[in-house]
Design a protein around this ligand. Structure first.
Ligand SMILES: Cc1cc2nc3c(=O)[nH]c(=O)nc-3n(C[C@H](O)[C@H](O)[C@H](O)COP(=O)(O)OP(=O)(O)OC[C@H]3O[C@@H](n4cnc5c(N)ncnc54)[C@H](O)[C@@H]3O)c2cc1C
Ligand code: SF4
Length: 459
């Protein structure tokens, strides 16, 4: 059954233009000029600000001399997913946000794009920088094939561990493949990066849901250690009447379609309302506009200054001419013949302070109004998927659904380590990478560092 009214179809060229990289690849000349601007700071603040602590001045310094292989080695040794991080990192609040150029009133060095330039050079030419270490006799299972598990697995494979990743999705890569906005990275980029991990000897078992298709006791028998990198799950419900109407989506469900289907096949309303104001909500509204929706509303119950999304993400939505409705919340989804036709909303005002002093939003009686829309998307956070881990004895789940870990990413059951969104509650790809690598170091130390000889083809 179609939506009440759908967005007009665009030409394939228009879709590609609309979803073109917002941080496009640099030319040789652009990269050389940008790299030459770097001051190669001692104790560089960009390196400190990067959760994987890539030696940014070291990799940038190699670019003007054409040593791109050396540059990529610096990046990938610290962060094996440097390819995707160069595309998707919120650099404005990480490395580039810390750049000393800000103090001089100048534009910060484009670290993310330079990183992409160096890594793409080796990936485009299929240059192998790392090989699997010789076998050390230890086996590790990773649950989930997202950035946390990929980083953990790659690190371990280099040290000679035999690693198998179990993932419930059809394709590996986690949200790099299924979630991050298509104008930052495509699923094909993510899958290319996964191939690099596979080339290290890591095995992938897709469409296997741990806890359902394979038991913990089977995993424990077959593997010395188990790493948990299951991320977060589906979008939370809006909990308003009419949520079951055709045309109401969860943000993850809608965004996933933009990643794995042709843009022309993604069903989008002519008028769309998205509820929430986090980075995911921005991804929803910008995708809807770029798919051709004529009017897109972003509805948030607090004021603009309370918005959880990064400021530059909100700016992106403003450029896409999204209509912001601050201090507004949904009351019910309206429909005809089972299809969404509207959204009743009410204005809000700040209520009494909540526990930590933040004021809740209170509906203002009599301010109800109706938006005519064909599609409603909820972007009010993701649910945890850690409930199934309660079957693991000793492993503790916190009240917010995250997995409890110690300083070396080990859970209450010594055989299980964890990292990424399922432990930090939802951060960025680079944080998941840092935590996956920390868990690899933690479990390696716990096993007494049984390293195989590390091979390095280009040393
Ligand atoms: C819409 C959206 C946009 C984002 N945009 C950005 C961005 O622009 N930049 C950025 O840096 N970060 C972004 N993020 C955050 C980033 O995607 C995550 O922080 C990162 O992917 C977390 O990695 P992870 O490995 O912990 O989990 P995930 O990437 O979620 O991977 C977890 C994997 O585990 C699998 N799994 C779950 N349960 C099981 C089970 N029982 N058995 C087997 N497999 C299982 C899942 O299928 C999934 O493949 C975004 C997130 C969202 C939701
Ligand atoms: S990984 Fe991300 S935060 Fe770190 S230097 Fe690269 S772009 Fe910046």
């Amino acid at each position: 059954m179609p939506l009440h009214e759908t967005a007009p179809k665009l030409t394939p060229e228009q879709y590609e233009r609309n979803f073109a990289d917002i941080k496009p690849a640099m030319s040789v000349r652009q990269a050389a000029i940008e790299a030459a601007r770097c001051l190669y700071c001692f104790d560089a603040p960009c390196t400190i600000a990067c959760p994987t602590h890539i030696d940014v001045p070291a990799f940038i310094k190699k670019i003007p001399t054409g040593n791109l292989l050396g540059s990529a080695r610096v990046i990938l040794s610290a962060n094996i997913l440097g390819e995707s991080c160069g595309r998707v990192c919120p650099t404005e609040v990480l490395c580039e946000g810390a750049c000393v150029m800000h103090e001089k009133g100048e534009t910060p060095i484009e670290i993310g794009r330079l990183q992409r330039y160096a890594v793409d050079y080796v990936r485009d030419r299929k240059i192998v920088l790392f090989l699997r270490g010789s076998p050390n006799g230890k086996r590790v299972a990773c649950i989930g094939a997202g950035p946390a598990s990929l980083a953990c697995a790659a690190e371990l494979a280099k040290w000679g561990y035999d690693v198998t990743i179990f993932d419930s999705n059809k394709l590996p890569g986690g949200l790099n493949t299924y979630g991050i906005a298509a104008y930052k990275t495509r699923s094909t980029d993510s899958l290319r990066e996964v191939e690099m991990i596979r080339d290290l000897g890591v095995q992938f078992r897709q469409q296997v849901q741990v806890g359902r298709d394979i038991s913990f006791s089977d995993l424990e028998k077959q593997f010395d250690v188990i790493f948990i990198g299951v991320g977060l799950g589906e979008t939370r419900e809006l909990k308003v009447p009419g949520e079951d109407l055709r045309g109401v989506y969860g943000a993850m469900e809608f965004i996933e379609k933009t990643k794995v289907q042709d843009f022309s096949e993604v069903e989008t309303g002519r008028r769309v309302a998205c509820i929430g104001a986090g980075n995911t909500a921005v991804d929803v509204v910008t995708a809807a506009r770029r798919l051709g929706a004529e009017t897109v509303y972003l509805i948030y119950r607090r004021s603009e200054r309370d918005v959880p999304a990064f400021a530059y993400e909100v700016e992106l939505a403003k450029k896409d001419e999204v209509v912001f409705l601050w201090q507004t919340q949904p009351v019910r989804v309206l429909g005809q013949n089972g299809l969404v036709t509207g959204l009743e909303c009410v204005r809000t005002r700040p209520g009494s302070p909540e526990g930590k002093g933040r004021r809740d939003a209170q509906p203002v009686p009599g301010t109800e109004f109706t938006l005519e829309v064909d599609m409603v998307v909820g972007a009010v956070g993701q649910k945890p998927v850690t409930e199934f881990l309660r079957a693991v004895s000793g492993l503790e789940i916190n009240s917010n659904g995250t997995v409890q870990i110690n300083e070396r990413n080990q859970t209450g059951n010594a055989k299980y380590f964890a990292g990424g969104d399922c432990t930090n509650g939802g951060k960025e790809v680079v944080d998941a990478v840092a935590e996956g690598m920390a868990a690899a170091r933690g479990l390696d130390a716990w096993l007494g560092s049984p390293r195989g000889a590390t091979k390095n083809p280009t040393a």
